[in-house]
Design a protein around this ligand. Structure first.
Ligand code: ARG
Length: 457
């Protein structure tokens, strides 16, 4: 059934029907569509625009459609233009005349704006829960690894020693910001478009505050033209998801590097890796690579949506229908990637000995040797140059700083004493970094307590 056949004398071209229809993808929010309709007729009856009896009939009709769709007893007829037409046509089929009053004081423009908001609100809360699980997983690993030493890198070159807890803490920060971004979006978008009509409100005495309240919104959107044509919240969500994916992609990149034959900092669980059809020895980090790859899709959705919206005059225009497939695909992929990554991380084994061995090589304690000199009165710039000479000496002999004899140290600078060995010991190097935000155990434990509390907020 078409909702708008009256003024037409010709059938729509078949290709046009197919091009125009949205039912193949907006079918996924039939629950939200029915929920919105129930709130709408409840308000219409309260305002005496519908009788109590009509309201009851419509609501029980809508509820029967909902439960039949949920159970599979009713299937969605894809020859309808959209989910709104399908629900309305099925309602009229089931309850007759009162069903034709459902759309009083409403347009598909405010209806679809509402459905999408309701759908997205649910999805934001699910995504937020998934991000929380990821944060919990990261925190569990952090707690176990405040003394697991590993090299910290800049430019992919070993820089200074850190701990696994410290390294993962950076990701905890990133995903915490993601969680708070999602929360901000949910708060900002929480106004109800229903009652805006096509664009200019309606002449019926609708109670928009009441429908907003029934649907758990803070209140109605205060401009009816904005209500039907605002898609900012989708752009914000796509942006938040693009950032989540960017974070996951960076983390994936590290997992791939750590899992490489050269590093062997981690071993992926068999359940989260794949083999090669030709090379029997292979165990590939496909999940991490796919997460990294899918990041592009989500970025693409954000760019597409910004581009769709950039030239649209007020108010509703059909271009906006493009919001759905883009947003749905991005949501599905982001949710999928967050939960797969969480599973992979939880099952990953950290090769702590390898990490420690690697941290002990590559002169990650060179800064600490310079700090030793500074603590003995040498200006930092001179200390830097002296340690540069130590490093060169070691490179030529393929040894580490701590392998040098005291005489060799003193030949380069007489300031060095026996306690230099203690000062450049890996453990000292990490544990002395006690300013808040650093890897030292006491500082790290303090931060972990804060993180733990943040998860319950
Ligand atoms: N499928 C449409 C969309 O997603 C619903 C709104 C249709 N409104 C209209 N005036 N044609 O945007």
């Amino acid at each position: 059934m078409k909702l708008w056949g009256g003024r037409f004398t010709k059938e729509t071209d078949q290709l046009v029907n197919a091009f125009n229809a949205s039912i193949s993808f907006d079918r996924r929010f039939y629950r939200q569509d029915i929920r919105g309709s129930i709130a709408h007729v409840t308000m219409l009856a309260k305002q005496n625009i519908l009788t109590e009896e009509e309201k009851e009939q419509i609501i029980s009709g809508l509820e029967s459609i909902l439960s039949d769709l949920d159970s599979g007893a009713l299937s969605i007829d894809e020859s309808c233009e959209d989910i709104h037409s399908f629900v309305e046509a099925t309602l009229i089929e089931r309850i007759g005349a009162p069903g034709k009053k459902l759309h009083t004081g409403r347009s598909r423009n405010d209806q679809v704006a509402l459905d999408m908001k309701l759908y997205v609100k649910d999805e934001i809360s699910e995504l937020s829960d998934l991000v929380k699980k990821l944060l919990e997983t990261i925190l569990t690993i952090m707690k176990d690894n405040v003394e697991t030493y590993m090299p910290g890198f800049t430019h992919m070159q070993k820089a200074q020693p850190v701990t696994l807890a410290h390294h993962l803490g950076a990701y905890f920060e990133m995903f915490s910001r993601d969680r708070s971004r999602l929360r901000d979006i949910a708060r900002r978008m929480n106004t109800c478009p229903l009652g805006a009509g096509a664009l200019a409100g309606t002449t019926y005495p609708l109670d928009r505050e009441y429908t907003a309240q029934l649907l758990d919104f803070d209140g109605p959107v205060l401009n009816s033209m904005d209500a039907v044509s605002d898609r900012d919240y989708l752009i914000e969500l796509l942006d938040a998801m693009a950032i989540i994916m960017m974070h996951l992609s960076r983390f994936s990149e590290e997992v791939i590097i750590w899992n490489s034959n050269e590093y062997q900092f981690v071993e992926l669980d068999d359940a989260y890796s794949t083999g090669s059809s030709i090379m029997p020895q292979k165990k590939n980090p496909d999940i991490a690579e796919l997460v990294r790859g899918k990041t592009g899709r989500v970025y693409g959705a954000l760019m597409s949506m910004l581009t769709v919206m950039k030239g649209i005059p007020l108010a509703y225009n059909k271009d906006m229908q493009e919001d759905k497939e883009l947003t749905f695909d991005a949501i599905d992929n982001t949710k999928g990637c967050v939960s797969l990554f969480t599973g992979m991380l939880a099952a990953m084994r950290f090769q702590k000995d390898r990490m420690r061995e690697s941290a002990a090589k590559g002169f990650t304690n060179a800064t600490d040797a310079a700090d030793y000199l500074v603590n003995h009165g040498v200006p930092f710039r001179d200390a830097h140059s002296i340690v540069g000479q130590l490093v060169l000496f070691c490179i030529q002999r393929d040894i580490a700083l701590e392998d040098m004899t005291l005489e060799e140290f003193q030949a380069i600078s007489p300031v060095f004493q026996k306690d230099i060995y203690e000062a450049i010991d890996l453990k000292t190097c990490v544990e002395k970094r006690l300013t808040i935000g650093g890897p030292g155990k006491a500082a790290m434990e303090q931060v972990i307590t804060v993180y733990e509390q943040s998860l319950n907020q």
